[in-house]
Design a protein around this ligand. Structure first.
Ligand code: GDP
Ligand code: CA
Length: 343
């Protein structure tokens, strides 16, 4: 069974890890090994102290590779900060964006390989060879596409400056995808969508993670056209993001911070039975949308849009239950169930 995911950093990484581990223990619906492909957002990428940093690719790679700092959700476990302290002594680096020593080695390796002319997709494959993530990680594009944020007032900053330095507290007017007009989907991305048996949208940020991936010319159309069922998991639970500031991103694009509004924003691929008159239905991306039990009241309205919707607990815990089942595993079962391939 070929499963393709579109992912940002922490939400996408934790969901993909739960999916991989759940299928490894409980098997796939067809009994064949699962082939997981993760198309990862590179809109957060930036140059820092001469190094190419790819925050979401690294979060997915470290999480699937068992090296992530669990409490933080990103960066390396057992990290130290000696190199960045030295850089600061030279008056370099940004004091709001610190890189750990082990993490810096990843960025040095990536920058060196890019400098040799190797495209980001191939560089990522090379870095992942060490971590054995159990999934193929594909950057959304080999070309740099950076998310910049136009703040209210007109100043434009890199996404990471808005997110990390300002904690998204300065209202955003709009998001820009710098370089997107020259970008093409990374090698394998369109095939992974076309050839998938199931496409899953993990609970990643709908605006600056999944929205950014969908902005690369060709990807949205490939997702809309795939024969595979497409099922998403809401990152919004009970009217707030589970972690992070996705609400600030949704507000900037005029979408309410609710599981129902995000589901409607992605939209239904097929119009509801007897759903004539609902002009928003039938031109979207999703067949199914999972919401948390706190948002169960939204299910009938989502179904009227033409989505298969279900409410299940959507908090991804780490703790395995007595039978080895995890919270994320239960979410995976529900998502595959909505996709019509229950385990
Ligand atoms: P980022 O690039 O590190 O911001 O990560 P993503 O875009 O992949 O994911 C961020 C989103 O994950 C946030 O909007 C969170 O609300 C969501 N998220 C994080 N943990 C959970 C969880 O346990 N359950 C659900 N449903 N969403 C989560
Ligand atoms: Ca990110």
């Amino acid at each position: 069974m070929r499963i393709t995911l579109l992912a940002g950093g922490v939400g996408g990484a934790r969901f993909t890890r739960g999916l991989r581990d759940h299928l490894a223990v409980h098997g796939t619906p067809d009994g064949e090994p699962a082939e997981l492909t993760v198309v990862v957002n590179t809109g957060d990428d930036l140059w820092l102290d001469g190094l190419r940093v790819c925050p979401d690719l690294d979060t997915v790679m470290y999480t699937l590779g068992g090296a992530v700092h669990e409490g933080q959700g990103w960066g390396r476990a057992d990290e130290t900060r000696r190199v960045s302290a030295e850089l600061h002594a030279y008056g370099l680096g940004w004091d709001w964006f610190t890189l750990g020593d082990l993490d810096i080695a990843t960025h040095v390796a990536r920058t060196e390989l890019l400098r040799r002319g190797i495209p980001l997709g191939a560089v990522t494959e090379r870095l992942c060879a060490r971590w054995e993530p159990g999934a193929r990680l594909l950057p959304m594009s080999d070309q740099p596409v950076e998310t910049h944020v136009e703040l209210v007032g007109g100043r434009v900053v890199h996404f990471e400056e808005w997110w990390v330095r300002h904690r998204a507290a300065v209202p955003a007017r709009r998001f820009l995808q710098v370089g997107v007009e020259d970008a093409v989907p990374g090698p394998g991305v369109l095939e992974a969508l076309h050839d998938a048996d199931v496409v899953l949208l993990p609970p990643s940020n709908p605006v600056v993670s999944i929205g950014t991936i969908l902005g690369v010319p060709g990807i949205r159309d490939a997702l809309a056209a795939t024969a595979a069922p497409v099922v998403g998991v809401s990152p919004i639970v009970g009217g707030s993001p589970v972690r992070g500031m996705a609400d600030a991103c949704l507000t900037a694009i005029g979408v309410e911070t609710s599981a129902a509004a995000v589901g409607a924003h992605y939209g239904a691929r097929r119009a509801a039975e007897g759903g004539e008159g609902l002009d928003v239905a039938g031109s979207g991306l999703l067949d199914g949308w999972l919401v948390d039990v706190a948002d169960a009241g939204a299910v009938p309205a989502l179904e009227r849009l033409g989505l298969r919707a279900r409410a299940v607990p959507l908090l991804m815990g780490d703790d395995a239950g007595p039978d080895g089942r995890t919270a994320t595993g239960a979410i995976v079962d529900a998502a595959l169930g909505l996709a019509g391939v229950p385990a």
